[in-house]
Design a protein around this ligand. Structure first.
Ligand code: PLP
Length: 350
């Protein structure tokens, strides 16, 4: 048993650092529902410029940002096309259906090389039997895909095809800066052509809470009303926006998380019973197939915790680890030793 804990469950587990806490303490604030919080206003205008959009909206979470986007782009009875493993479909409590009254239309392999073809096949002609598709949602990087990246050319091909069929495009860019850093391209290459983009300040970038939804001025004006409807009007939210402004400064350092993810994945791949896929990990998310250990993923995760490492069960035989700003090189060494210890013990028992 150990008291040291290395938390690789998600990049949401980061704690605000001293610089952030000081900025939060000193933040100039006002009532943001009246548009009077100068720190929120600054974050929103900086964020809009950053992703090449006219306007942006500070929201409490990525889930709310995505839902406000779906509500703004669609009306009840519309269909929304997205990947069958998309966060909006998989992990957002069915909010689009419950609150927006839309039909989520999942397409498998939307982010695979056949994705564009699959999207085109999913489009159906106008017919009174069908819910009309009004929105395509893409996810970059793709969380359940293992942090995989859609390159600008691939994204643009989707945008073009969607527009031709009268669909708007929302980009769930919770980790869009991870994609831009890994591709070594300006983030605007990935965000310019979509109608709206959501990105998270509280993943990887280290803010305690908050996401940004960005789009045209008229889109954001409409989304602002939905944020209020969803209970996301936060009054003196400048305390959180101040942390968000510091978080934006962390973007260039995401390459460190990618470097550590690669080292971790290389080490894990050499251990008995483990297979990392995709390998090498494109960004900061590592998916490990543990089928050959004979343990279920919840069993593996709970055994690993007794070695001081937290990971997350991500499917029947899959375990996910995510590197983030609170994970150091020595944490990676420790993790590899812990997993090796567990795998050796399992092997002895077989
Ligand atoms: C791709 C993606 N989109 C959206 C979200 C939702 O963000 P939040 O947890 O802030 O609601 C997440 C969270 O992990 C995510 O990975």
């Amino acid at each position: 048993m150990t008291t040291k804990v290395i938390d690789l469950r998600s990049d949401t587990v980061t704690l605000p650092n001293t610089e952030m806490r000081e900025a939060m303490y000193r933040a100039e604030v006002g009532d943001d529902v009246f548009g009077e919080d100068p720190t929120v206003n600054r974050l929103e205008s900086d964020a809009a410029v950053l992703v090449g959009k006219e306007a942006a909206l500070f929201v409490p979470s990525g889930t709310m940002g995505n839902l406000a986007a779906v509500l703004t782009h669609t009306a009840r009875g519309h269909a929304v096309i997205l990947d069958s493993e998309a966060h909006i479909f998989y992990y957002e409590a069915g909010g689009s259906c419950l609150v927006g009254g839309v039909q989520l239309w999942p397409v498998s392999g939307l982010h695979s090389p056949e994705g564009l073809l699959n999207f085109k096949k999913a489009l159906r002609p106008e017919n009174l039997h069908f819910a009309p598709a009004k929105l395509l949602c893409l996810e970059n990087t793709h969380n359940r895909g293992g942090g995989t990246i859609l390159k600008p050319e691939a994204q643009n091909a989707f945008f073009e095809a969607a527009r031709k069929s009268g669909l708007s495009v929302h980009l769930d860019g919770a980790r869009i800066f991870h994609a831009a850093i890994a591709l070594n391209c300006p983030v605007t290459d990935l965000t310019r052509s979509c109608d709206s983009v959501m990105f998270c300040l509280s993943k990887g970038l280290g803010a305690p809470a908050g996401s940004i939804l960005a789009g045209s001025a008229s889109f954001i004006q409409a989304a602002r009303r939905y944020r209020k409807l969803l209970g996301g009007g936060m009054r003196q939210a400048g305390m959180l926006a101040a942390a968000g402004l510091i978080a934006l400064k962390h973007i260039p350092h995401l390459s460190e998380d990618h470097r550590r993810a690669l080292r971790l994945a290389q080490g894990l791949s050499g251990l008995p019973g483990l297979k990392v896929s995709p390998f090498p990990p494109p960004t900061n998310i590592i998916i490990i197939n543990i089928e050959n250990t004979g343990l279920s993923s919840p069993e593996f995760v709970s055994s690993l915790q007794s070695y001081g490492v937290k990971a997350i069960a991500f499917g029947e035989n899959l375990v996910r680890m995510v590197t983030h700003r609170d994970i150091s090189d020595s944490d990676i060494d420790w993790t590899l030793k812990a997993v090796e210890g567990l795998c050796t013990k399992i092997l002895k028992q077989q």
